[in-house]
Design a protein around this ligand. Sequence first.
Ligand SMILES: [Zn+2]
Length: 223
Amino acid sequence: MMLVPEFCRMRCPECYTNFPAEVLRDTGSGGLLESDLCYRAGNIFVYPFLVVVCPACRFAGYFAEFEFLGEFPRYSEYHPLKRVMGEFLKDQRRLYPGSEKYRLAASAARRRGAPAMQLAHLHLRGSWCARQEKNLEAERHHQEEAVRYFRKAAAEGLSGIEAAFVAYLIGELCRRLGRFTEALEAFAEVEEGALPQWLRPGFADMRERARHKDGTPQILPQT
Ligand SMILES: [Zn+2]
């Protein structure tokens, strides 16, 4: 399936500025799952398009947090508006790559006192974007923050599948950060029977890799 970003007009909930943005409402199908649960499918890396940054006040969040004012029509390549908008969006992509969008979204969420789990997932997605951008420093920063907030969420009390997923992610992110002792401690917390079937072989593999101090990114085996 071909994924194409939608050009639309948005209104910022903080400063009420109207601006054009490009968003995706679908994450595709088929594809691969990386060991930190980054999903890759189709022709486009979708995560940067799920978050919007207001160009006026830099408020950032998932596009549902913005007021949707309507979709732009499909202008021809030669339409002057298409060219102006294309330049604007190109500029926005350069100013706010995915890793930066998620950093801004996490800081906006933190300001309004969002739950630790939500902050953890914003940073996790930020780390996926940073990896796509080959920005190792930003990837590590987001991974460290994701671990911190997943730990906080776990300390607040989780159970069942959610507890198993979070312990797996803490373990996997620590493995990727080269913190192998912490990775093994977190993996020991994973209740294997609570993990979905499709994640169990990958979990065993990542735990084995942590034992051998292997911090390389991996693709989960398909079941
Ligand atoms: Zn704004």
